[in-house]
Design a protein around this ligand. Structure first.
Ligand code: IVH
Length: 691
């Protein structure tokens, strides 16, 4: 009789069947939860199914394939992506900027192939999607590796993130070559992008400039759970390494892609004559604004693959394809006024207020003018008719004024030298392009922006307390400084009286606030919003000083530039005199000191946890490869990092130890060639004293 699993009592055959059904079910629930934001199962049910899946895999480890839900979402950030060599380079395309250029492209093909002008050259015309290209490797029909383009010969392994993309099938339908690398574009729909930015604004997170940036930022998230919450899409259009011919024509290949379960752009057209290309371009140029995704041109590809092969490549681009770019989308409208926005650090940013106008399908009523010099250079005046452009970016730019339409009484814009919000002096330091309000926290604009920063995602990250809430709480005097947030329990009744605040939501908010009474020291420091002190610098400070008390004392002592404390501060690798000046200036200000004191009565930042320096692997660079049997890869990484080791994704001269499990491939041979210590899992556990 076949052996049954210890945990589940199932035979291999039963387990395989059960596993497949359960894996699909769990994946669907995870997608409903992370992607659609619309759970189809309770957390408890999901957890139970997930645990059963894990048990089955413990009984039969061969079922723990890379695409199992147990190997997905919720992994700990790795710190970096592993590098992936493209077996077939990912090339770029030559550009055509006019119909004449396209005509010349076709003529060149004819000359190269020695074809008569009467012989038609079939071309496939595909919208050029404005996203980022990705290569998806399928082995025996299963998605096993996803990579960015990188420099064309080497990209980054973003498999876990790409598994969260709805249009990327985990398993292909029908027959597919054993080895099949599908290439295409990861993008974000415009509507999804606008929705994402709205959510980011409410949550105080990063606002993206355009769908492309949003897609790029999402695909390179270290935590696949974040990628899963971002609405990414994929259009397939090409192949890389394949174990069998992809077919006879590009058109037929696109059909096969659809059969396997990919999305192929529905506007793609097979053109038989060169005139059709022009017609398609003009049609698409008109249609472009109404599409729900950004396209920046059209790619024309020779349809017959046999001809493609004969044509080959010139340097980094194929001779058989070209991209014809659309001109940037422009419109003219009237400049109604120039507003000055005051940022967290007091920066004054001029923003053009425009008579609303549609540019490339998006209604535009504001455009950034960047800074004082930019306004001067463009000499745009209130009342001017101006040219507005969206070059892929959703944040539109002002190209310049239409001088012929300038009203006689239009006068040059004078940049304010006082803050429009608090009337404090606004100064521009030497060598700086930015003019800043000197009002500090006396300036309501700065105070509100600082509070928004304080609650933002990488700072205190208080669930349910977004930028909009901060604005109203500030206006109504409920919250004036960070410490007030932690005293909101006293104002619960007042909050509950407001529209949109049910008793339960107030309770939830207060609970979320209470949860943040302990935060890591680095988050605490970052949240203070000190100029030039971003996440990395905050971490350095936390690491150096260990505790809030230690840091405060040291900053007080460092006010004296002759002191050892000052020397220690500027000696921190990554903090120079300029950053030190901003940190010390923060501590010099009485209102900052008061705010910090009040905050430390409400919040206890946890001391920085120094990785155990006495472990035998502290400071060593470790790479894991192959299958680990006693723990997951993520566990192993976290454990190693906890012991002070640095975990890298690929073997290099800097690697100290390679931990190679069964199935370790090229990394093991490379490590041996470099004379790097290679140990198996047992050896590693023995090394860290857990064997
Ligand atoms: S084909 C060897 N087709 O454009 C030819 N590229 O400028 C490989 N792109 O890196 C590219 N839509 O990111 C091709 N339908 C399409 C495309 C497309 C967008 C992007 C792609 C590529 C870039 C080249």
């Amino acid at each position: 009789m076949a052996a049954t699993g210890k945990k589940t009592g199932l035979s291999l055959a039963e387990a395989t069947k059960r596993h497949q059904a359960l894996a699909e079910d769990v994946a669907a629930s995870a997608r409903a939860y992370y992607v659609d934001d619309d759970p189809i199962k309770s957390d408890a049910e999901y957890d139970a199914d997930f645990r059963l899946l894990e048990s089955i895999e413990e009984d039969f480890p061969t079922l723990r394939t890379a695409d199992s839900p147990t190997q997905q979402i919720g992994s700990t950030p790795s710190g970096a992506f592993a590098k992936v060599k493209h077996r077939v380079p990912m090339l770029s395309l030559g550009n055509a900027f006019s119909h004449e250029d396209v005509g010349e492209f076709v003529a060149r093909i004819r000359r190269f192939l020695n074809l008569d002008t009467e012989v038609p050259v079939e071309l496939v015309a595909e919208p050029k999607i404005d996203g980022l290209s990705a290569a998806l490797r399928y082995s025996h029909g299963r998605f096993v590796l996803g990579a960015t383009r990188g420099d064309g010969s080497e990209g980054e392994d973003i498999t876990a993130n790409l598994r969260t993309v709805v249009d990327i099938p985990a398993a292909l339908n029908g027959d597919a070559p054993d080895v099949l690398e599908v290439r295409g574009e990861v993008y974000m729909a415009r509507s999804d992008f606008l929705g994402l930015n709205e959510r980011q604004i409410t949550a105080g997170g990063k606002v993206f400039a355009n769908p492309r940036n949003a897609a790029a930022g999402s695909v390179r998230q270290l935590d696949p759970a974040i990628t899963a919450s971002r609405p990414l899409r994929f259009f397939a259009y090409a192949w890389g390494e394949v174990s069998e011919s992809p077919g006879e024509t590009q058109w037929a290949f696109l059909e096969r892609l659809k059969g396997w379960g990919f999305s192929v752009n529905p506007l793609t057209r097979l053109c038989h004559r060169t005139e059709e290309l022009r017609q398609f371009f003009d049609e698409l140029a008109l249609q472009r604004a109404a599409l729900d995704y950004d396209i920046d041109g059209i790619v024309y590809k020779v349809n017959k693959l046999a001809l493609q092969e004969r044509l080959g490549f010139v340097s980094r681009a194929p001779r058989w394809a070209v991209a014809q770019k659309f001109p940037p989308e422009q419109a003219t409208t009237v400049l109604l006024g120039i507003d000055i926005q005051v940022g967290r650090t007091g920066s004054l940013t001029p923003v053009a207020r425009l008579q609303p106008v549609t540019v490339g399908g998006v209604v535009v009523s504001n455009a950034t003018l960047h800074n004082e010099d930019e306004v001067g250079r463009k000499d745009v005046r209130v009342g001017d008719t101006v040219v507005v452009q969206r070059a892929g970016d959703v944040i539109p730019q002002i190209v310049g004024p239409v001088l012929a339409k300038r009203p006689a009484d239009a006068s040059a814009y004078v940049f304010p030298t006082r803050c429009p919000v608090c009337n404090s002096e606004a100064v521009r330091d030497e060598g700086e392009v930015v003019r800043r309000c000197t009002g500090g926290l006396i300036c309501p604009a700065q105070a509100v922006e600082r509070l928004k920063h304080f609650v933002s995602r990488n700072a205190f990250d208080i669930e349910g307390l977004g930028g909009k809430h901060i604005e109203t709480f500030w206006t109504d005097g409920l919250v004036r400084g960070p410490a007030d947030i932690f005293k909101l329990a006293d104002k619960a009744a007042e909050i509950a009286e407001r529209e949109g605040w049910a008793e339960q939501s107030v309770a939830n908010l207060l609970a979320a606030i209470d949860e943040r009474r302990t935060v890591s020291l680095e988050r605490f420091i970052f949240a203070l919003g000190i100029r030039q002190v971003g996440q990395a610098t905050s971490r350095l400070l936390a690491k150096t000083y260990g505790s809030l008390a230690g840091w405060r004392q040291a900053m007080d002592a460092a006010q004296d530039p002759e002191s050892d404390a000052y020397q220690e501060l500027v000696d921190i690798d990554g903090i120079g005199p300029a950053v030190a000046t901003d940190i010390l200036a923060f501590f010099h200000e009485t209102h900052n000191r008061d705010a910090l004191e009040a905050l430390s009565e409400q919040v206890t930042p946890a001391d920085f946890e120094q990785p155990a320096a006495d472990s035998p692997v502290a400071g060593k660079t470790v790479v894991f490869t192959g299958t680990l049997e006693k723990m997951t890869r993520n566990e192993a990484k976290a454990r190693a990092e906890g012991l002070g080791a640095k975990v890298a994704g690929s073997v290099s001269k800097k690697t100290d130890i390679l931990v190679a499990g069964p199935g370790a491939g090229s990394k093991a041979s490379k490590a041996e060639a470099l004379g790097i210590t290679v140990v198996d899992e047992e050896g590693w556990l023995a090394l860290i004293g857990e064997g």
